[in-house]
Every structure is written in structure tokens, then in C-alpha cells.
Write a protein that binds this ligand. Structure first.
Ligand SMILES: NC(=O)c1ccc[n+]([C@@H]2O[C@H](COP(=O)([O-])OP(=O)(O)OC[C@H]3O[C@@H](n4cnc5c(N)ncnc54)[C@H](O)[C@@H]3O)[C@@H](O)[C@H]2O)c1
Ligand SMILES: [Zn+2]
Length: 366
């Protein structure tokens, strides 16, 4: 078992990582201090895969389910959860388990932060993205019709439980999306993560490609998790409320959010982040901040995990316009996280459209 401690403004908590943890959990319920009422929140597919079984095996647990997808990361879903928490007899001494990907962690986390002014939250991330990114650091929230993540809170979990074995049921595309955030963590602080991701090398459709041994692949992925998560821990410990360096985690994200928006959310977040990382590397190089090796390393890492590195056919002007609405652009001033070198991110303000547009044109060209 790997145990990673996290210091948060609300005290210390641990991230436990072990293959098989989820099936062992009911037997170890007392050791984890889970003796009060528990509500497990999961979307329908994750409930079918893991939630039903967990709820049946844990003492004093009820399951609350909701439909799959970002479209359900809403206040309506939170409201339904409150009603089901009441029906399940959850009181202030109880706990909410957010079992699923980032959508579940954010939505059930927000419900836990606000129900009866807050009940304890256990994050049980089941996607690669939620393991390396969203389950750690305490940000929870939902989307509003006018934009993503516009209503939210800081809610530190009492623990994070990670069972890498659940990644074996995750669709390949979702694994790739998580790899984008993992590559991002490598670019902002751990160059060797990039090299290790390169070695994992998974071509498209690798699950049907006999050149890749799934067992070795998943073992390699599980090995990467502690270091990838540690990058996030170090940053949120230093800056829990995103006053300065936590913004480094947004590397590539101003571009990514614009790509998601312009595609009408047809592009999944992780794939957009892949292109966003490429855009950030190209812009950093164009501004003379870094050498070309940063661009090449970013490209190679994306290629190794079969993530897109370009968006041929998109309109650069439309992407630029969408970027200008990003809430990370304080007071409308263009603000980017860029790279001086791998492992050396920097926040750069007032980047001119004359530098950003050529980068977008290059990525959009057919
Ligand atoms: N709070 C934060 O700090 C933070 C950080 C990054 C992203 N996010 C949020 O996270 C969300 C994206 O998270 P995500 O990529 O995990 O998406 P997701 O929660 O939508 O999960 C992706 C898909 O995988 C399925 N799934 C989950 N676990 C599975 C498993 N083990 N086996 C099979 N299928 C499984 C889900 O049903 C879903 O269809 C976005 O809403 C984003 O805003 C939050
Ligand atoms: Zn992201």
C-alpha cells in the first residue's frame, strides 16, 4: 500500500493507493474509521461496475445514483442528491463516498460540502484523470448554464482511496484523457514522468493490438500514479486556494477550454488538454521563453499515448474569441501558463494576439 499524506487548510488527510483496495474495503471498514452512515454516490455505469457491490458489502451504506456525463454535473443533480441523502438517513456524523470520475467527485463533493453545512467526504476516483488530478486538492463544484465549474467550494476529503485495478474497465479513450493530465504534471514539474509515459507507449486501439500486453500496461500505469499524484499534492499544499502557483495546473487549459467550447463539447477535456499542451509549448517557444526541445518533448509524449496534437479544420479566430471568455483571464487580460523549460512553468500576462493567433493557425492548418 502506498500512502501519500496531504496537508490541507482543514488538516491532514491520506491518499491510499493499492490494487484491490476496493474489494478489501468492506473488511477494513473499521480500520478506516467508517462506522457511521455512509452514502455512496456513483453514476449509473460506475454503480453497475463497482457501486452496487460496494454498497452491499459495506455495513450501513446506501447507494445514490445519477445519470452519466458532464451534462449531469448540475445543481439539479445536487438537489436530487440532497433528497436522497435525507431518505438514506444521512446526518452530520455521516460520510459521502464519491465513487467515480471527476464529474462524480465534483458533484457529490459539492453536495457533501453543502448538505447540512458539510458532511465528511471520501474521494474514490475511478478514472485516471480523477486519480491524478480532480480527487486531490479540494475543489468541488458544478456547471451552470453559462459556464463550466461556475458554482463550487473548497471541500477537503477526509481520505482518498485509489484502486488502480478499476482502470482495467476504463475505456481506452478515457485512459488517454487521463494521460494528458499526467503529461501536464510531467511538464510542470517531473520530467521523468514524461519519459516513463513514453515507455508505456500505447498506440491507438492498443486494447485490440496484440503488440501491447495489457497486464504490463496497467502495471506500468499503476507505477506512475504515486509520482503523478505527488506533483498535484506539492502544488496544492503550497497554494491551496489558487493565489499563485496552483495556476500551473492550468498549463494548456486556456487553449483546452476554448477547444472544448468551440467543438460544442464534442472534444473530451483530456484530448483538448493534449492539444492545449502543444499550444502552450509552441507559444512558449515563439516568445523565446524556451528551447525547441520543450516543443519536441511535448509532441513525443502526446504521440506516445496517441493523443491528438493538432486541431485541423478548427477556426483559429473562433478559438481565440473563446479563450478571451476564460475565467482565468483576470479582468480580461490574456494570461497564460507557459514553460521556460520542462519542470519550469511560469505565468505570463499580456501575451499579444499577434503571438497567440499564429500558434492557433499552425495547430488548425490542415
Ligand atoms: N476538481 C478538480 O480539481 C478537477 C480537476 C480536473 C477536472 N475536473 C473535472 O473532472 C471532470 C472530468 O472527469 P473525468 O475525466 O473523470 O470524467 P467522468 O467523470 O465523466 O468519467 C469519464 C467516463 O468514465 C466512466 N467511468 C468512470 N470510471 C470508470 C471505470 N473504472 N470503468 C469504466 N468506466 C468508468 C464514467 O461513467 C464516464 O463515462 C470534469 O467535469 C472536470 O471539470 C475537476
Ligand atoms: Zn484538466
Amino acid at each position: 500500500m502506498v500512502v501519500l499524506p496531504v496537508n490541507s487548510p482543514d488538516g491532514q488527510y491520506n491518499i491510499y493507493i493499492e490494487s484491490g483496495l476496493l474489494s478489501e474495503l468492506p473488511r477494513q471498514q473499521a480500520e478506516y474509521g467508517m462506522n457511521s452512515r455512509i452514502v455512496i454516490a456513483a453514476n449509473e455505469p460506475v454503480a453497475a461496475l463497482y457501486g452496487n457491490k460496494l454498497a452491499a458489502a459495506m455495513a450501513n451504506a446506501a447507494l445514490v445514483t445519477f445519470p452519466e456525463g458532464e451534462a449531469y454535473k448540475t445543481l439539479q443533480t445536487v438537489e436530487q442528491m440532497y433528497a436522497e441523502f435525507v431518505d438514506a438517513g444521512l446526518d452530520r456524523s455521516g460520510m459521502v463516498f464519491a465513487l467515480g470520475g471527476g464529474v462524480t467527485g465534483d458533484t457529490a463533493g459539492f453536495a457533501a460540502a453543502t448538505y447540512m453545512r458539510g458532511v465528511r467526504l471520501v474521494q474514490i476516483p475511478t478514472t485516471l484523470l480523477s486519480m491524478v488530478d480532480s480527487s486531490v486538492g479540494g475543489k468541488v463544484g458544478v456547471d451552470l448554464p453559462s459556464g463550466k465549474n461556475l458554482a463550487g467550494a473548497f471541500k477537503q476529503p477526509v481520505m482518498v482511496l485509489i484502486d488502480p485495478a478499476v482502470l482495467e474497465t476504463l475505456p481506452e479513450r478515457e485512459i488517454r484523457c487521463g494521460m494528458a493530465e499526467l503529461i501536464k504534471h510531467g511538464l510542470i514539474s517531473k520530467p521523468d514522468l514524461l519519459e516513463r509515459a513514453l515507455k508505456l507507449h500505447a498506440p491507438p486501439n492498443w486494447l485490440n493490438d496484440h503488440s501491447v500486453n495489457p497486464r504490463a500496461y496497467f502495471a506500468g500505469l499503476a507505477d506512475l500514479l504515486p509520482d503523478a499524484i505527488q506533483v498535484k499534492i506539492d502544488i496544492v499544499q503550497a497554494d491551496p486556494y489558487e493565489q499563485n502557483i496552483r495556476a500551473y495546473l492550468n498549463l494548456g487549459h486556456t487553449f483546452a477550454h476554448a477547444i472544448e467550447q468551440v467543438s460544442g463539447y464534442a472534444w473530451p477535456h483530456g484530448e483538448a488538454v493534449g492539444v492545449g499542451l502543444m499550444a502552450a509549448a509552441l507559444l512558449s517557444h515563439r516568445l523565446g521563453l524556451c528551447d525547441e526541445d520543450v516543443v519536441l518533448a511535448t509532441r513525443d509524449a502526446l504521440r506516445a499515448v496517441a493523443l491528438p496534437e493538432r486541431i485541423p479544420g478548427f477556426d483559429p479566430e473562433a478559438i481565440y474569441a473563446a479563450m478571451a471568455t476564460d475565467k482565468k483571464w483576470r479582468n480580461g487580460r490574456p494570461r497564460f501558463v507557459l514553460l521556460r523549460a520542462i519542470g519550469q512553468p511560469e505565468i505570463v500576462e499580456d501575451v499579444s494576439s499577434q503571438d497567440v493567433l499564429p500558434v492557433l493557425q499552425r495547430l488548425c492548418s490542415k
